[in-house]
Design a protein around this ligand. Structure first.
Ligand SMILES: Nc1ncnc2c1ncn2[C@@H]1O[C@H](COP(=O)(O)OP(=O)(O)OP(=O)(O)O)[C@@H](O)[C@H]1O
Ligand SMILES: [Mg+2]
Length: 232
């Protein structure tokens, strides 16, 4: 089953009279349960591509289908719903809500999707256990390490049986040993059937990828294949 299909996707930003093609003519196909690694220099379009896939930004050229949703046509409400129930984001700086405990952070998307609070908290606790944070449910983000914060952010991204995780430099703020543990955690979720797309500047993370997609100036460099497998 194909989870993400991009066909000549483009995204431009205009700053004054200048136009930047942040994502330029990118085609790709991501199957269910794959782990895909996006690499490329700063400014090559990795974050923009992840934001397009997650519906945080709108495609302005080509076509993009994510979990059977046409990302050009979907309403804002449908995209917001998708992010609460089917797609989770993980960021470099964890983005946990600092005034909420880890369990409260992880229950946010469940409560947003209408799960009653008590049930949401229980589910959040098991999600925290799943990422190796048993017993830390009632800590605040400042009371745990960076690696543990990222584990909690990953729990928040998958809780509620979400199928697709988009992780923008998930190891970027961590030392290499902790970064590797986070990659192993993501790899474990992949084995459970979650599809993962992540960006990284660390070449060591490439070995975790079923596909490594390299971007330069918004364009896909390697391997240059179209969704039908033909070279382009
Ligand atoms: N909201 C925006 N407005 C204007 N330009 C933008 C915006 N977002 C991204 N860009 C531009 O689009 C290009 C791609 O940026 P993007 O953030 O996707 O790169 P990146 O590969 O994630 O870089 P990094 O490795 O530094 O995170 C850059 O030239 C950037 O300046
Ligand atoms: Mg980026």
């Amino acid at each position: 089953m194909v989870i993400v299909r991009a066909d000549r996707v483009g995204k431009k930003f205009s700053i004054g009279s200048e136009t930047v093609r942040a994502v330029d003519n990118v085609s790709l196909e991501i199957g269910s349960g794959e782990l895909v690694v996006l690499v490329g220099a700063s400014g090559s379009g990795k974050s923009t591509l992840l934001n397009l896939i997650g519906g945080l930004e709108r495609v302005d050229g080509g076509s993009l289908t994510v979990l059977d949703t046409d990302m050009r046509k979907a309403s804002e409400a449908a995209l917001a719903r998708m992010r609460l129930t089917r797609v989770g984001f993980v960021f470099q700086d964890f983005n946990l809500v600092k005034d909420l405990t880890l369990a409260e952070n992880v229950s946010l998307p469940l409560e947003g999707a209408g799960v009653p609070r008590k049930k949401a908290r229980e589910t959040a606790r098991s999600a925290l256990a799943r990422v190796g944070l048993k017993g830390l449910d009632d800590r605040f983000p400042v009371e745990v390490s960076g690696g543990q914060q990222q584990r909690a952010a990953i729990a928040r991204a998958v809780v509620g049986e979400r199928e697709l995780i988009l992780a923008d430099e998930p190891t970027g703020a961590l030392d290499s040993a902790t970064g590797r543990e986070i990659m192993e955690l993501l790899s474990g979720l992949q084995r459970d059937g979650v599809t993962i797309v992540l960006s990284t500047h660390n070449p060591a993370n490439m070995e975790f990828g079923d596909q490594v997609i390299e971007l330069r100036d918004g364009r896909r460099l390697s391997p240059a294949t179209a969704p039908d497998g033909a070279a382009c």
